[in-house]
Design a protein around this ligand. Structure first.
Ligand SMILES: [Zn+2]
Length: 313
């Protein structure tokens, strides 16, 4: 019953999101595609956010877990690698959204320990409204107890398994206020969560404490620290590299500057939309977030008119 309810909520969230417009959504048809990224790190794509997996002699650690109805398929895909019979010991959530945490409960039920930043647990527990601080609103129902992360961290946490120091580092106020970027330093791989996505203009959950300023700061900092040849797993979209991240950050900076100029000139959101001020970046529009929605997102972010923030404590 609980699982059914969660599934229904998630499907609703998914449709509201339109993140994954390709999946009008029958999870029974979803197949899990597994890509070897480097060494013992794999990327799993099905529906929802990308999964990173460290698969080795100590067992399995995954980053994000898509949707509850896919948990069995994800487990099967990991087993099919024939590297280990050991279970998924840890699940690390990059942020609280249902397309990244929907599998928490089934994974916890089969023995995994779920780890996330403090604010992820808070937001899963209370539920709330995700959105861009304006017209874009998506209800997130409170998660059941079994879906809540058991271990939370404020700043960072490291999982020492498979000969690697898998590190989750919190970046405040980017896509949400609970984002973590996950580093696999030995294998030279990073999972960015939704602070870096490939579907065009990003969804920035201003209503959940996100901001474009935080997203830019996070991606600038991360890309400045990583080796040039690091393999980048985006929250959504194909395997990427640092040049892709830099192009994304450049777009965020340029579009923010244009909207800031409009704000300085006392233009309203509607005026900026009418003036089509993001026309030069139109190739980024429409994957999930169109130009008008992104103008509104940037305006709300830059004028600090968010929803209620959960303070980073
Ligand atoms: Zn998200």
């Amino acid at each position: 019953m609980t699982r059914m309810r969660i599934a229904a909520v998630l499907v609703w969230t998914l449709m509201a999101c339109a993140v994954v417009r390709a999946q009008e959504q029958d999870f029974s048809k979803v197949q899990i595609k597994v890509t070897k990224v480097a060494g013992n790190i794999y990327m799993l794509e099905g529906a929802g956010g990308n999964i990173a997996a460290s698969v080795g002699e100590d067992g399995i650690v995954i980053v994000d877990d898509q949707y509850a109805p896919l948990a069995d398929k994800i487990q099967a895909a990991l087993k099919d690698l024939k590297i280990t019979d050991k279970p998924v010991r840890f699940v690390i959530n990059t942020h609280y959204h249902g397309d990244h945490t929907g599998g928490n409960e089934p994974f916890a039920n089969t023995g995994s320990t779920v780890i996330a930043q403090d604010n992820v647990r808070k937001r899963l527990e209370t539920g709330g409204v995700a959105g861009n601080g304006g017209s874009l609103k998506m209800e997130a129902k409170p998660a059941s107890k079994g879906a809540l992360p058991i271990i939370t961290f404020e700043h960072d946490v490291t999982v020492h398994l498979n000969g690697e120091d898998i590190r989750a580092l919190h970046f405040p106020a980017g896509h949400t206020d609970g984002d973590a970027v996950i580093f696999f330093p030995k294998n030279n791989v990073v999972h960015m969560g939704d602070d870096f996505v490939r579907y065009g203009f990003p969804f920035i959950d201003v209503a959940s404490g996100g901001s474009v300023q935080g997203m830019i700061a996070a991606m600038d900092k991360v890309s400045g620290q990583l080796p040039a040849d690091v393999k980048v797993i985006p929250g959504h979209g194909g395997l990427s590299n640092l040049d892709d991240v830099r192009a994304f950050v450049t777009m965020l900076k340029e579009t923010s500057a244009v909207v800031q100029k409009g704000i300085d000139q006392h233009r309203t959101v509607a005026q900026m939309q009418q003036e089509k001020i993001l026309e030069p970046w139109k190739k980024w529009s429409g994957g999930f977030i169109n130009s008008d929605q992104f103008i509104e997102t940037l305006y709300n972010s830059l004028t600090g008119k968010p929803g209620q923030f959960v303070q980073h404590n």
